[in-house]
Design a protein around this ligand. Structure first.
Ligand SMILES: [Zn+2]
Ligand SMILES: [Zn+2]
Length: 136
């Protein structure tokens, strides 16, 4: 077992056969899930460590207490959103960028969950994602 909650900078965007880390948040490599019953793995506790300082800076304790579900929050998924780039690093599919701030902006996603009042929608990205961005 080599579970590291405390990723150094170099490991904010890295992958092995078990887990892929994108901007510091880890998911199972096989399914791209933060919480996976098949692998099985639950990365929420580790991932939350990455944003706790930010949360306490940006959000009042009252709201945190009310809205922040901590290790029980709805898990994120990066299924079909990441790929292994030629450099060997994992990056987003859309921009082919390592550590993409648009695709993997966890702080913003977390803030939306806590502050937005909007419930995170379950995204069914079947057809919506079929447009191909040929940025090359
Ligand atoms: Zn899995
Ligand atoms: Zn991107």
């Amino acid at each position: 077992m080599n579970e590291s909650c405390f990723n150094e900078d170099d490991y904010d965007n890295a992958m092995d056969i078990y887990s892929v880390t994108l901007n510091g948040f880890s998911f199972c490599t096989r399914h791209g899930l933060e919480l996976c019953y098949r692998c099985p793995t639950d990365n929420r506790a580790c991932n939350n460590i990455m944003v706790m300082d930010m949360l306490h800076e940006q959000v009042s304790e009252d709201i945190l207490e009310e809205k922040w579900e901590g290790d029980e929050r709805s898990p994120f998924t990066v299924a079909l959103q990441w790929t292994r780039l030629p450099s060997g690093k994992p990056g987003c599919v859309i921009h082919r960028t390592v550590g993409c701030k648009q695709c993997f902006n966890w702080e913003e996603k977390i803030l939306n969950v806590v502050q937005g009042g909007r419930k995170p929608r379950k995204i069914h990205n079947r057809k919506a994602r079929e447009r191909k961005d040929m940025l090359h």
